[in-house]
Design a protein around this ligand. Structure first.
Ligand SMILES: NCCCC(=O)O
Length: 747
């Protein structure tokens, strides 16, 4: 008799669904089920009975059908206190805009378009699913972290996808990150991936729905736009995660191929309860995730629904509505109850919406909280995916304090071992002479020059010795000077073209030193062999003796031709230092190493060099000819004729071997070129010096030579008597040259 019966006030939620869309049934089942769970909680909405009315549209023609259904539902009692849903962005836009006119708070559980975050247009719209733009600040942080300042975006042209990429473009601009290209596609990503492949973009972000995200990755695989040179980022791990062999039929790729393109892919997704959370009680529901799924399954069986997956965000939408209304009760005016809400009560709507956005609870889809616009705020999980199908959480982004935390357990990995550069960076590498090699060459050359100086000094000091007098000492001095100049060429060759003072002049100096050195040394030897040849091959005695002055004049003529050639070259087409691109090497991560070298060159350098080498080759050939012709001659009066012949051979062999090798070597083999040239110059000059001066020095050292007159010299046994008389005539030239003031009486 004393029992008091509490009559509960009923408040109604409204949902609008498409009748012929199977997921709508699933959704309304979920909504009903979560209401049942809510009802079990006595502390939630005490004194109220929360119910949901779903208005089903018959057939989808356009979004206006939703508008019509919405108006029908609103026009008819009972008064609805909040709207749950709808599922897709186009409908949500219409319903959110219209429901705002009726002061109705709307909570969506599936709409992810960032356009719905426009609080001016949709002031009472909230959602228990994250906006697709939520991961964009996380992407910005990751781009900044890896110093990726140039990116490209490819985006599917879909109402909840494209606005997310537009939002990212806006953030990129704010952060001074260059957007190389923003490409959109409808049904086929073939063309956009081709464009990416041909572009400079190396860091590419994919925005695409589930099915087409796989298609994008399939194209990435097919066109080979993956590996250490490209880093792909994707806005949603679920966009491609549910891979099964069957789904790839018709897409042109196997699962393994798509996974190959996914290797090292970085994905951004709102944090969801993990497997470890399965047995944790979900907030206020009183159930663990496992129990909740079981309850839901039982519920579907009881109500004759087909088996379907539990949409956790839909479950949470009902809970959010119930909790917001519950929290609003205390904030209403005295004696005011939530069922007194009318469509013109904007004050109550604001209380409801404010209570909603202040909620914090553990929902079936994870921790639920909202920002002031009604968007769900969640941690963003940054995960990395590998070709074996595995994925690892490598970091987390917290939107509350805009902070990025990297996992210590699973650090981000890159195929090249380091983050790929955001563009094909050009690393200019100037090829330089190896310093050690340069100094080794310089030391040897210096020793050689000291030896040259010694030879000249020896020649002058012992000028009165018969053996010196008889070997044309002036020509020998010329040969030694020529050898010294050739040796000087070695350090000059090794001096860096770019670093040397007056580098352009260095090109000319080098050329002059080598050409003149060659002319002095080789010209002297050539002249001497020529003299032997003239003496030995003339059938009649020479009318005029061949003196050293003639030989000097011969060298002078060769030198004059050199000078004419060099002046003509340097005046008309001067050698200057050019920076040449030697080769490009593309590294695995896209870095291009451009090897360059400073090289002396002119427009017609090859032609000039050809003329110069031709001239020298002609001299060499004649020299060889004379040396060969006189190979058996041993004329003591011309006591070094044999050695000179050997020198000529030596130079010829070195020149014919080293010049082609040098020309055939690739430009970047600077050290090798230096090694070959300096070795051949060194060997030729030192051999020449040793052959010309060595025997004379030996004679002096062993005391086998003394200052003597120019007595008739014995001929070699190989020369017959007739020749002896011929040569005797010719010998007068040498004898004349022997005659100095001090020796004239004795000759
Ligand atoms: N996650 C699907 C979102 C659908 C939409 O916003 O239209």
């Amino acid at each position: 008799k004393n029992e008091t019966v509490t009559i509960k006030k009923t408040v109604y939620l409204l949902c609008i669904s498409l009748e012929n869309f199977i997921r709508m049934y699933e959704m309304s089942a979920i909504l009903q089920f979560s209401l049942d769970v809510v009802k079990n909680r006595t502390d939630l909405l005490p004194g109220y009975n929360l119910q949901i009315i779903c208005g089903f549209t018959q057939k989808f023609v356009s979004v206006t059908i939703f508008y019509k259904e919405f108006i029908t539902q609103i026009s008819n009692p009972p008064t609805k206190i909040m709207v749950i849903g709808p599922m897709f962005t186009p409908e949500a836009k219409v319903i959110a805009e219209t429901s705002a006119l009726y002061n109705l708070v709307e909570i969506s559980y599936f709409v992810t378009s960032p356009q719905m975050s426009d609080s001016e247009k949709y002031p009472y719209f909230a959602r228990t699913i994250e906006s697709t733009a939520l991961r964009n600040p996380a992407m910005i942080q990751v781009l900044n972290y890896f110093n990726w300042t140039k990116v490209a975006i490819i985006s599917q042209n879909l109402d909840y996808v494209l606005p997310a990429s537009d939002n990212l473009k806006h953030l990129l601009k704010k952060d001074n990150i260059t957007l190389l290209s923003a490409l959109t596609f409808d049904n086929s990503a073939t063309q956009v991936i081709r464009q990416i492949k041909e572009s400079a973009a190396r860091i590419i972000i994919i925005f695409a729905g589930h099915v087409l995200a796989r298609h994008v990755l399939c194209e990435v695989y097919r066109q080979g736009v993956y590996g250490p040179r490209h880093q792909w980022l994707i806005w949603e791990r679920n966009a491609y995660m549910k891979l099964s062999e069957g789904k790839f039929v018709g897409m042109g790729c196997t699962k393994q191929q798509v996974l190959a393109a996914c290797n090292f892919l970085i994905a951004f997704s709102p944090a969801k309860p993990s497997k470890e959370d399965e047995d944790t009680i979900i907030g206020d529901s009183g159930y663990t995730t496992t129990e909740l799924r079981q309850k839901y399954s039982e519920y579907l069986d009881q109500h004759g629904y087909n088996q379907s997956i539990l949409s956790t965000s839909a479950f949470d939408a009902i809970w959010a509505a119930a909790k917001a209304l519950n929290a609003s009760i205390e904030r209403l005016q005295p004696n005011e109850t939530i069922d007194q809400f009318t469509y013109d009560n904007n004050r109550m709507t604001k209380i409801f919406f404010n209570s909603l956005t202040n909620l914090q609870f553990e929902g079936a889809s994870g921790h639920i909280s909202f920002d002031e616009k009604g968007d769900r705020s969640s941690m963003i999980v940054i995960s990395q995916h590998f070709s074996d199908g595995s994925d690892k959480e490598v970091g987390r982004y917290n939107p509350d304090d805009n902070s990025l935390t990297w996992s210590k357990q699973f650090p981000v990995r890159f195929p090249g071992g380091r983050p790929p550069p955001d563009a094909d960076i050009l690393i200019t590498n100037t090829i330089k002479m190896d310093k050690v090699l340069f100094w080794v060459g310089t030391c040897f050359a210096s020793l050689g020059i000291v030896f040259c100086t010694g030879c000249v000094a020896f020649n002058i000091y012992y000028s009165k010795l018969r053996v010196i007098k008889m070997s044309s000492p002036k020509i020998n001095t010329l040969i030694a000077i020529g050898c010294g100049m050739s040796l000087l060429f070695i350090p000059l060759l090794g001096i860096d073209n770019h670093e040397s003072v007056g580098s352009n002049s260095m090109c000319t100096v080098r050329l002059v030193v080598l050409v003149c050195g060659f002319t002095f040394a080789y010209g002297g030897m050539f002249a001497k062999t020529w003299r032997v040849h003239v003496i030995f091959t003339n059938k009649k005695p020479l009318k005029r003796p061949v003196r050293d002055a003639h030989l000097m004049a011969f060298v002078g003529v060769v030198l004059l031709l050199d000078v004419i050639l060099l002046v003509a070259w340097q005046v008309t087409d001067p050698l200057v230092v050019h920076l040449f691109d030697i080769n490009h090497e593309v590294q695995a991560d896209g870095a291009i190493i451009n090897r360059q070298a400073y090289i002396c060159s002119s427009t017609y350098v090859d032609q000039w060099t050809g003329v110069l080498c031709g001239f020298k080759a002609l001299l060499l050939i004649f020299g060889i000819f004379f040396a060969w012709e006189t190979r058996k001659v041993r004329i003591e009066a011309l006591n070094d004729s044999k050695e000179i012949g050997i020198c000529v051979y030596n130079i010829m062999i070195m020149s014919f071997v080293s010049v082609p090798i040098y020309r055939l070597l690739p430009m970047q083999q600077m050290n090798m070129s230096f090694g070959i040239i300096s070795t051949s110059v060194f060997v030729c000059t030192i051999t020449t010096l040793l052959l010309v001066f060595g025997p004379k020095m030996q004679l002096v050292v062993t005391g086998g030579e003394k200052v003597d007159d120019c007595a008739v010299l014995p001929f070699a046994s190989s020369v017959n008597q007739k020749k002896k008389s011929m040569v005797a005539g010719a010998m007068s030239s040498v004898v004349d040259d022997c005659r100095g003031p001090s020796t004239s009486s004795r000759c």
